[in-house]
Write a protein that binds this ligand. Structure first.
Ligand code: SF4
Length: 221
């Protein structure tokens, strides 16, 4: 009977290199896909991340594209108003509160920041409805700032690897900030979201064909 492994010591550089190869052919995480389609401003990335909360990329991506086609700037979004925003984003979860949050974000950006969001994590995290996941991801994708964004996929995979041992995404973020080499901070989310959706899935992960299997202790699987 084959050993349950792991057979190789875990190495984060090697693991991420294997993940990088494995996810080719899968759709990119929504925020990175949006940036590639020209919606790469800090405001657009933050709006898209708010829309993606508790909503699958397959739903939030087309909704983001539809909304941003109508209003890509804070001023245009402010003028659109919460009711019309809600009508455009109805397929995502919680459209009414999300519309109010997005409209308030646009209004604050125009009135307090002269129409341009500051590229500052503390300022972004102080805005209503914006948590560390969205602030960090938007700053990473839009501004190239080195931040780690931990969603449920990043949390699950890094804990199964035994790379961190944390009960919540917030604790995983703290642990990763203390351990992960900075060169991987922005890319981690881009790699582990599709990997978590298609390989290291929440239920029945595809360990038998996983490229990281040889070094993965499969914690909790
Ligand atoms: S799919 Fe299995 S072997 Fe691969 S990373 Fe996830 S738990 Fe580890």
């Amino acid at each position: 009977m084959a050993s349950a492994g792991p057979w190789e010591p875990f190495d984060i550089d090697t693991a991420l290199e294997r993940v990088r190869s494995a996810i080719q052919g899968y759709a990119a995480a929504a925020m990175f896909e949006l940036a590639e389609r020209g919606h790469a401003s800090l405001f657009e990335q933050l709006v898209a991340c708010l829309l993606s909360i508790r909503t699958r990329d397959e739903v939030s991506l087309p909704v983001s594209l539809q909304l941003l086609a109508r209003a890509a700037t804070p001023e245009a979004m402010r003028r659109l108003g919460p009711e019309r925003i809600e009508a455009l984003i109805r397929p995502v979860t919680f459209p009414e509160p999300k519309a109010r949050t997005i409209h308030a974000l646009a209004t604050r950006t125009v009135e307090a920041f002269g129409g341009a969001l500051p590229a500052d994590a503390r300022v972004l995290r102080s805005l209503h409805g914006v948590g560390p996941k969205c602030a960090h991801l938007a700053l990473g994708v839009a501004c190239g700032q080195e931040y780690i964004s931990v969603d449920i996929h990043v949390h699950r995979v890094t804990n199964r690897w035994g790379y961190v041992h944390a009960r919540t995404p917030e604790r995983t973020l703290d642990a990763l900030e203390a351990k992960l080499p900075r060169r991987h901070w922005v890319e981690l989310n881009r790699l582990l979201v599709p990997f978590g959706k298609h390989v290291c899935t929440g239920t029945r992960p595809h360990c038998a064909t996983c490229p990281v299997r040889a070094m993965c202790p499969r914690v909790g699987v």
